[in-house]
Write a protein of this length. Structure first.
Length: 282
């Protein structure tokens, strides 16, 4: 399914950009012209999107040749050359912006994630992404998180049960929600992990009493409350902190002993990494 979704994404973005033709290139460059370009790093960071870029070039024109010098997940610095690409000039120019849009955003996410991961050095806490992703780009953005050293939470609504505040309120409380989920999973023959969000100490006590889950999310708990909650849970369930945690407060929460910290900003509040595709003189 993943490969199919990526293929559909590339098809959609090509149609979105090219439409009935690249009239800029077609009007001033001969159709038979051949050329070569290089992908230049213009800002220090963590590289992501090389694999996707190769798929884009191949989709635009299967005769394009790529020579990759730096792989996904590598630390890069200003002036590094990531790859060379050669082929029909029309094809290279059609692929240029799409490749850069994808790689700049993915590399920005990987770079930011690596900064969060570095803050957790020496702890047992891992940083998680969320579903706060750009529509249509979730697979790419979550791959960028992974390349930056983070952990993917869940890909969507289908691969994990996560009972958040609205689920709990609509279901009539934590106990009813958990019971109905477990009955549903048994009936459907599905083996999915269950995570429950708690908003206060009363809900934490309730979920501990009910049990039958895998992870407890401590939503908008203070550092002091988090430390107390982790001690109360006592390793019976995985723990996750969430809600307004920044890179400056990340370490404080990690030192409370939580297993995971989820950070929506990894994917929805990102500065793209500066990259450029440059034509080489013939």
């Amino acid at each position: 399914m993943i490969n199919e979704l990526i293929d559909q994404f590339i098809d959609l973005t090509i149609r979105e950009d090219i439409g009935d033709g690249d009239h800029s290139s077609q009007s001033c460059i001969p159709a038979v012209a051949q050329g070569k370009m290089y992908l230049l790093v213009k800002e220090d960071g963590v590289l992501a999107g090389v694999d996707i870029a190769q798929k884009i070039f191949a989709k635009i024109d299967s005769t394009i040749e790529t020579e990759v010098l730096i792989e996904d997940g590598a630390a890069v610095k200003v002036g590094d050359i990531v790859m060379y690409v050669s082929g029909k000039v029309w094809s290279l120019l059609q692929a240029e912006r799409l490749v850069l849009n994808v790689m700049q955003r993915m590399s920005g996410i990987a770079t930011r994630t690596a900064e969060y991961v570095a803050r957790l050095d020496g702890t047992n806490t891992r940083v998680l992404d969320t579903r706060k992703t750009t529509p249509g780009m979730r697979l790419l953005e979550k791959e960028a998180v992974r390349l930056g050293g983070g952990v993917n939470h869940r890909m969507g609504l289908y691969d994990m049960v996560m009972l958040k505040d609205n689920h709990i309120d609509f279901a009539g409380g934590i106990e009813k929600a958990v019971q109905q989920v477990r009955s549903y999973l048994d009936d459907k023959g599905k083996d999915l992990k269950i995570e429950v969000e708690v908003r206060n100490w009363k809900e934490l006590e309730e979920v501990m009493r009910v049990g039958g889950i895998h992870r407890i999310m401590l939503d908008n708990f203070s550092v002091e409350e988090t430390k107390k909650a982790v001690e109360f849970i006592g390793g019976k369930f995985e723990t996750e902190s969430s809600g307004g945690i920044t890179i400056d407060t990340l370490r404080d929460y990690a030192e409370c002993g939580v297993d995971y910290i989820s950070v929506g900003a990894l994917t929805h509040h990102i500065k793209s990494l500066d990259l450029s595709l440059k034509a080489m003189e013939q």
